[in-house]
Design a protein around this ligand. Structure first.
Ligand SMILES: CC(C)(COP(=O)(O)OP(=O)(O)OC[C@H]1O[C@@H](n2cnc3c(N)ncnc32)[C@H](O)[C@@H]1OP(=O)(O)O)[C@@H](O)C(=O)NCCC(=O)NCCS
Length: 218
């Protein structure tokens, strides 16, 4: 039986997810049918670390088997300002393609983003992804001024797309000509709660608050 620990990282130690993030980028490239070469410059430094540094707020939750990180979810709060339609260097060049955000009127100035969710092969389909997803959504839904959460799924990763659609997300649009699919959910304000100091089984040790988990459906 696996003895998995799930911890909310409180001390900024994101380095522990370097290998997992690089694995996620390689996984996405292997699945992609549209412009897979665009994943080549994507890695922990260019994606996760950069995003961690630039977000308005951020949360990292890591699942470990013993001392070894085997999965994580990384979420951010993003400012949607003048750079709203900016096209990153790595994006495929497409004519009239939409960017990250849909052209809704009165688009909010802040959005939540569930940025990376990854479980190493051998740790999938035992409920860990759902647990990490629920914890990330709890945090994302706790911001009073964040009315919507987006998730971006790379092309060809239909299993992940289904995972989010089954969990209340709605397809929004194709990003950069279908290189990425955007899904969203509006935050139900009745879900909002204070995530710090909430009850339950979490406890703090060092930079991490821990939730223990034994393999099985949750
Ligand atoms: C997508 C991903 C994060 C999902 O995580 P996961 O841990 O496999 O997900 P879960 O085990 O919680 O749920 C997956 C399915 O298994 C089912 N399941 C969960 N526990 C189970 C168990 N003990 N026995 C059988 N089935 C189970 C769930 O009901 C779920 O089915 P559903 O989606 O039809 O509801 C994971 O598969 C992964 O890392 N994939 C590779 C990377 C990736 O694609 N990331 C997403 C990038 S956007």
């Amino acid at each position: 039986m696996k003895d998995i620990t799930i911890g909310i990282v409180r001390d900024g130690n994101i380095e522990q997810c370097r290998d997992l993030c690089d694995e996620l980028m390689a996984f996405q490239k292997a699945k992609a049918t549209i412009s897979p070469e665009c994943f080549d410059p994507m890695n922990f430094d260019t994606r996760m670390k950069r995003s961690w540094q630039h977000a308005l707020d951020r949360q990292l939750i890591v699942a470990k088997d013993g001392d070894i990180p085997v999965g994580y979810v990384f979420s951010t709060i993003e400012s949607v300002g003048e750079g709203r339609d900016a096209i990153p260097d790595w994006a495929p060049k497409v004519e009239n393609g939409k960017g990250f955000y849909p052209d809704w009127p009165d688009f909010p100035s802040k959005v939540g983003c569930l940025s990376n969710l990854y479980l190493r092969d051998g740790y999938r389909h035992i409920g860990l992804g759902s647990k990490l997803f629920d914890l990330a959504m709890e945090w994302l839904e706790s911001f009073m001024d964040v009315p919507v959460v987006f998730i971006y799924i790379s092309n060809g990763n239909d299993e992940a797309l289904d995972f989010y659609l089954k969990r209340g997300f709605t397809f929004s649009h194709d990003v950069f000509g279908g290189f990425i699919k955007a899904v969203y959910t509006f935050v139900d304000s009745s879900h909002r709660r204070c995530v710090t100091g909430r009850g339950g089984t979490a406890r703090q040790t060092g930079g991490v608050s821990l939730l223990r988990y034994r393999e099985g459906r949750m």
